[in-house]
Unconditional design. Structure first.
Length: 359
């Protein structure tokens, strides 16, 4: 395989590795139009930079679906713990206490009353069940949090509580948003939903700002009803005088939650996994893939239709449109594929590119 700048790509059948967040919208369009690509791989975990309605049927589109799970989960854990200990850490650089009286107890008065700090027993909702959500839920559970997962299709036998009900998801101490931005998740947490949240809810967003109604969140944080830790905002960066910059109930970071020691080239592992899958000519090339590696763009499940006369269900995660049968079969084989861009023609074109002697 030979790596070249996109300006030197062949007119057709090339593979494009694109970092969409490092390009303006105009430059992204220019790069995508510069050749007839067989395969475009995004270094990002999300594909919301791409207009899927206009995407050519014979070009495979994949994303780095797994490589940022560890740093994003670590950021979310840090945010939750920072909020839990916002009234002060249990340690000091120096012990400034005066010497106790002879009959004084060794533990300060009131220290055993708790005060709510810490994750043990905290209610945490993880919105999304992709690689980030799965890793974060496992870590939170290990630290004693009561984890609820908001996802479109609750999975039988899961060790975690699951729901597709937004009201239940927002009845928590912390909500971590780890969903992709799609037509179904845009403003999923809108003004009405946030207004029903448990008072004092701490919302952590490591995904995309547009999943949350930012204006409503700002107002509720200004009123002291909610707290927020945001790695993403709309726009990025916020205007100088935007209230989110100065609210004491809000912490901001400049879209850096994905960063880690290994993040500069982390997408290469995901790309290599997809490459190896495509290059395998066997009909059962998905057999060695763990089921958790299959792409999970949609992450929860709308409830069934209520019986006649039954009360209307609470607002829930919107149901996705069903992909075509051949797209489902292909998605199960190729990890990281972005629905509904998959198709047999795209896979055939990519496999032709990866034949011995050409890769």
């Amino acid at each position: 395989m030979e790596l070249r700048p996109w300006q030197e790509a062949p007119e057709r059948d090339g593979v494009l590795l694109m970092a969409p967040h490092e390009l303006s919208a105009g430059r992204r369009a220019e790069v995508l139009r510069s050749a007839r690509w067989s395969w475009v791989h995004l270094t990002s975990a999300g594909a919301d930079f791409i207009d899927l309605a206009e995407w050519p049927a014979d070009t495979l589109l994949t994303r780095s679906w797994r490589c940022y799970a560890a740093p994003l989960a670590e950021y979310a854990l840090h945010a939750v713990l920072t909020h839990e200990w916002r009234r002060g850490t249990p340690w000091q650089e120096r012990d400034t206490r005066s010497a106790p009286a002879p009959d004084a107890p060794p533990v300060p008065a009131g220290a055993s009353t708790g005060g709510g700090a810490g994750l043990w027993g905290a209610e945490v909702t993880v919105a999304g069940w992709g690689a980030v959500g799965q890793r974060l839920a496992t870590v939170l559970d290990a630290l004693g949090a009561r984890v609820t997962v908001l996802r479109r299709s609750p999975e039988p036998g899961s060790p975690f509580r699951q729901t597709s009900d937004l009201g239940r998801a927002l009845d928590a101490d912390h909500l971590v948003v780890a969903l992709p931005l799609t037509a179904g998740t845009r403003h999923l947490f809108d003004r009405a939903a946030l207004g029903r949240a448990r008072p004092g809810l701490h919302l952590v967003n490591v995904s995309r700002a547009a999943i949350v109604d930012q204006d409503a969140l700002t107002e509720l944080c200004a009123a002291g009803r909610l707290f927020a830790t945001l790695d993403v905002t709309d726009p990025e960066p916020l205007p100088t005088g935007h209230p989110l910059r100065s609210l004491p109930t809000v912490r901001l970071s400049p879209h850096v939650a994905w960063r880690s020691r290994a993040s500069d080239a982390a997408f290469a592992d995901d790309f290599a996994t997809i490459w190896a899958t495509l290059a395998d000519p066997g009909p059962d090339s998905s057999a060695d893939l763990d089921s958790s590696d299959a792409p999970d763009i949609s992450d929860a499940s709308a409830p069934g239709v209520p019986a006649p006369g039954a009360p209307a269900p609470a607002p829930a995660f919107p149901a996705p449109s069903a992909p075509a049968p051949d797209a489902r079969a292909l998605d199960a084989v190729i990890p990281g594929v972005v629905p509904p861009t998959s198709g047999r023609r795209a896979r055939a074109a990519v496999r032709a590119l990866l034949t011995p002697g050409r890769s």
